[in-house]
Design a protein around this ligand. Sequence first.
Ligand SMILES: *Cc1c(COP(=O)(O)O)cnc(C)c1O
Length: 461
Amino acid sequence: MRLLPPIDECIAAAERALDGHQLSRDYLKMLVRRAQDAIRAEIAADAGDLPCDRAGMLERVTAAVRNAFAADEPALAPVVNATGVVLHTNLGRALLAEEAIAAVVQAARAPVNLEYDLVSGARGDRDALIEGELCALTGAEAATVVNNNAAAVLLALSALAAGREVIISRGELIEIGGSFRIPEVMAQSGARLREVGTTNRTHPRDFTAAIGPETALLMKVHPSNYRVVGFTSEVTLAELAAIGRKHGIEVVEDLGSGALVDLAAFGLPREPLVSESVAAGAGLVTFSGDKLLGGPQAGIIVGRRGLVDRLKAHPLKRALRCDKLTLAALSATLRIYLRSRSVAGAIPTLRMLTRTPDELERVASEARAIIAERIGPGFAIEIVPSTSEIGSGSLPTHQLPSRALAITHPSLSPDAIAARFRRARPPVIGRISGGVFQLDMRTVSDVSMLALEFPDSDEQE
Ligand SMILES: *Cc1c(COP(=O)(O)O)cnc(C)c1O
């Protein structure tokens, strides 16, 4: 360790080694730090063949810097989703439609009328870019958009209920992965949670009995990622809206995924429609842009004009607002819903959900041929029936029949095979099912991405 030269000497050596790349000093420093870490790890592991003089060590640092430079790729990179989870939060949820991708590129490249009224030449409202489409698709009077659905719920509660009470059923106090918990969002907004009913049963009278001078809102939350089954009873949105009307209290619904079209038309189980919630009398409905809608990450809020206006006027709206790239993608996606005759074909998320077993069988045999050519000796690849899921808390109990490649090797564990696929270029994320590593084909949108480069097989698995 003592032979490792000081950082300035290493940087000077790295600069000579990578001469011609015109690298900044900060960048060279980052590469040197990586190289030093790699060497320290070697020393700590007592890997033999370490240099025993300073010149040799400097040589080693320079070589490690060259390696670090060659290996340095952008941290955010394409991967193949072969998990079978269509809306995989950790892999970025919905893929955008081509029109939406083009809109993002266009908005990135040139100035846009983001908040500029081209008729009057005065400042405009960025929500105006998507409000008309959202109202047309949901039947609502007004709409606004923020960074994600968690932000939408936080904004709605902050603007309408801070310092007062929000009544909600105990059966709907949800936690969504990544620490979205209704009681905690409620606390953050300054609203007080008033839970009523029990985990499995809540009745209209529970709400009525809890209403008092402190009540600001009645809230309903879609239990996206679980189902309460057995001896159960819930207060429907229509019932809640009737109670609200009688007492002059607004109802807010967090719909989670919120579909814009009826999935039953594609042979999928029904997920509640945003338009149904609006028609049933919710004052505000919030939902995600990148779940079943199939657009960019966003939190969409639709509802009555007076309520939406209060949200828009709240200081948090400014802090939670979407950028032009998101609005470009969302606007293009909504226009597909309005203008396309075949939404299921045009929105990638819906397209993936509606792939047939026949199509998946074809994709599987293509994929098997492509992978077999590159994976190396000893591996067996078999096409097996599998089940994929929608993910992101949509239709949690519903499994879609699918096809997968089951990949085995006589001397490698499923975990080792999974790691090998993660280290491939591009990385492939599969899953282990019944003790076997599998690549589910439903979520593989582009088979040509499976023309993989695997790491050298002599590496440790
Ligand atoms: C997914 C979900 C959220 C969180 O939405 P994000 O867009 O991930 O912030 C909140 N509530 C419900 C009911 C959900 O399903």
